[in-house]
Design a protein. Sequence first.
Length: 287
Amino acid sequence: MRSQLKLVEGIPLSDAIVPHWKKIYNFQARPGDVLIATYPKSGTTWIQEIVDLIRHDADLEKCQRAPIFERIPFIELLYCMPPDAETVNAMPSPRFLKTHLPYELIPPSFWEHDCKVIYVARNAKDTATSCYHFDHIAVLHPEPGSWDQYLQRFMNGDVGWGAWYDHVKGFWEHKDKHNMLYLFFEDMKKNPDLEIRKVMQFLGKDLPDATVEKIAYHSSFNQMKKNPMANYSTFPKDMMDQSQQSFMRKGQVGDWKNLFTVIQNELFEEDYRRKMSQTTLKFHSSS
Ligand code: PPS
């Protein structure tokens, strides 16, 4: 059964999440917890794998102890699929957690405890492209419809977790108020070692060059695609049907060019300029 979207504080969320919203918003973060926050399809799983590798000094056995969605649980799903809230409450500190919630909806306990937040942003057109492909296989999202219909909904923010524009700007504009590292998917592609070092430094880890190289290798697209603990192949099939298309789809910058028509691109750019005109946030590969 496909999810429908329902509004929470004006943000469309899956109707699998909405009945549990109060409990999710009241999630009790603990001092030392680290939150990975992203808009969907922006490199969440990639940064999760990097963080887990850093945390375990690139010990592969430890990093293959469980699928990524168990190692770094997704707080919005704690009341509709495993790992559940009880399991997450029993995890030793520091816990590493994932969310797609926009800045305004982050459970306040993360800010109260000054938890570290790692935000990864991906350029709008590749994000829309990845979301569109993913929505064909992910039951938690409504059917995407045609690409043209989907793109319109993306531009209107009528998609799960709301408008990309508000999401990336929300964290960007508040990053200096918090213990937050703001990264870009495109930078991670261009120079993974450099971005891995930023994460290490943020997490207070000092690892030798050889370990950084090992982390970059094992978190590369090709290695993660082959790794059942990173590629979602163990995720319930009734929630994500990878028979037609893999979760680890292409992992590229600029794949939007294979989907946007010239006219769609022009309309998108015009709308983008309006929505992003008041921010200092700039993406390197959005055109
Ligand atoms: S989710 O479901 O929102 O948590 O998805 P998320 O992990 O944020 O995003 C999935 C997209 O990220 C790509 N990906 C990677 N790209 C490059 N390198 C690595 N290691 C990597 N891991 C995941 C994945 O392929 C999805 O992007 P697309 O463009 O669809 O391929």
